[in-house]
Design a protein around this ligand. Structure first.
Ligand SMILES: [Zn+2]
Ligand SMILES: [Zn+2]
Length: 341
């Protein structure tokens, strides 16, 4: 099968012809129909995850079940599916609490085992989420991460409610969807970005107000939010400086959800937390339930993926797709393998 392989950090992916993987007990093979290209693929490529090489990246994928291993009864060959890239044990404390995204024995497709920049993947049957024939594969692929990630942050971690004021820091592949989801939930949405194009995108996604990112962002957020400040902040920018701004801008009772990957630190004044009774919470990925819910929202027309699937590319252009993302030329790219399922 054709695949794109990372063989060295900081290097382009290399085309390869790999043997077709076969499913073992409890596993299924899925023929990939679409796989999103995400900021974390860039992070992986630079060595951020410390993956053992070589690895086939690609973690936001949709495809058709093409073979099932011994003992698999939950899915059948021919089933169109969203793939949940986080393999989980189902037995540890977090798994038993339904928080499988923070399983103690996590293994991630496209990070710890070969992913969707290939014609076929093998993964546990529990990571396959059936969808409808009518769902578009490229849309399903990006829903599994670009939409499910901010959904998890907004709904599970920050618990945003209708009528609350939600600030979204950064309007990229994740933030743009935080904006549309918060608007769908009935929140008042303030979007923050340095980019004119992304501020325009935020308005199209349902933002009620926009604030220019940069040195004056905190003042802009405070003014736009009004008395008490924002109730929720979804921070999607991979920058400690922006985390600092998000914490400064937090309002009374505010829940700040950390989504953007950054390795640097930022100062937190305990009295600033206490006085505002603020919460600073990490939000890591999403659960299969989050995927099912965003697919359902998309199916009923409550949210769009149009801005995420405008740049489809075949597998042999995966490096161009990564470059587009690195240069900020696109919100998202999707590798597609023909049309339909
Ligand atoms: Zn991703
Ligand atoms: Zn577990």
């Amino acid at each position: 099968m054709r695949a794109a392989v990372l063989t060295g950090y900081g290097r382009p992916l290399e085309p390869a012809d790999l043997p077709e993987p076969a499913p073992g007990p409890g596993q299924v093979a899925v023929d990939i129909r679409a796989c999103g290209v995400c900021g974390s693929d860039l992070f992986l490529q630079e060595g951020g995850f410390g993956s053992t090489l070589p690895i086939v990246p690609g973690h936001e994928a949709a495809g058709v079940v093409s073979e099932v291993g011994p003992g698999v009864e939950s899915v059948e060959v021919g089933c169109p599916a969203a793939l949940y890239y986080i393999d989980h044990c189902g037995e540890c404390g977090p798994c038993r609490a339904g928080r499988v995204n923070i399983c103690l024995r996590v293994r991630r497709m496209g990070v710890e085992f070969d992913g969707g920049f290939a014609e076929r993947v093998v993964l546990p049957a529990r990571c396959v989420i059936p969808v409808h024939e009518d769902d578009d594969p490229a849309a399903v692929a990006v829903l599994t991460d670009a939409v499910a990630t901010p959904y998890h942050a907004l709904v599970r971690i920050a618990r945003a409610r209708a009528g609350e004021t939600v600030v979204v820091m950064g309007v990229g592949g994740t933030g743009s969807n935080a904006v549309q989801l918060a608007a769908y939930l009935g929140c008042r949405v303030i979007a923050v970005s340095r980019s004119d194009a992304n501020l325009e995108l935020a308005v199209r996604m349902g933002a009620d107000a926009v604030v220019r990112g940069g040195d004056d962002a905190v003042a802009g957020i405070t003014e736009a939010a009004g008395p008490g400040g924002p109730d929720v902040i979804i921070q999607t920018v991979g920058s400690a400086a922006v985390y600092r701004q998000a914490f400064e801008a937090a309002g009374i009772g505010c829940r700040v959800a950390a989504v953007g990957a950054a390795l640097d630190t930022f100062p937190v004044n305990p009295m600033g937390l206490i006085w505002r009774e603020a919460t600073l919470a990490g939000s890591r990925g999403y659960t299969p339930e989050d995927i099912r819910e965003v697919v359902a929202l998309h199916r009923k027309g409550a949210i769009t993926t149009e801005h995420l699937v405008q740049h489809p590319r075949p597998l042999d252009q995966v490096n161009e797709a990564l470059d587009d993302l690195r240069e900020g030329a696109v919100t998202r790219s999707v590798i597609t393998f023909g049309k339909g399922w």
